[in-house]
Design a binder for this molecule. Sequence first.
Ligand SMILES: [Zn+2]
Length: 73
Amino acid sequence: MFFKDKHCPTCGGSGTQVFTPLKPEERKALGTHRTDLWRCTAPGCRWYQPWGHQTGGGRLPEELQNPGADTSA
Ligand SMILES: [Zn+2]
């Protein structure tokens, strides 16, 4: 399950990114049990947000950052 019509404020640009629901370990790292939080899957990105809006979103800890894109650049 994912959606891909969201803009990511930390990726920037005019395009949209694919978002997926937070995994249990990601929710644990944030200290939340919310199930309506989604994260951007772009390489190197740590952004997460509630389903419908960027307000209330933020950045995951660095250890949960997506794998970087430097090998494919
Ligand atoms: Zn992003």
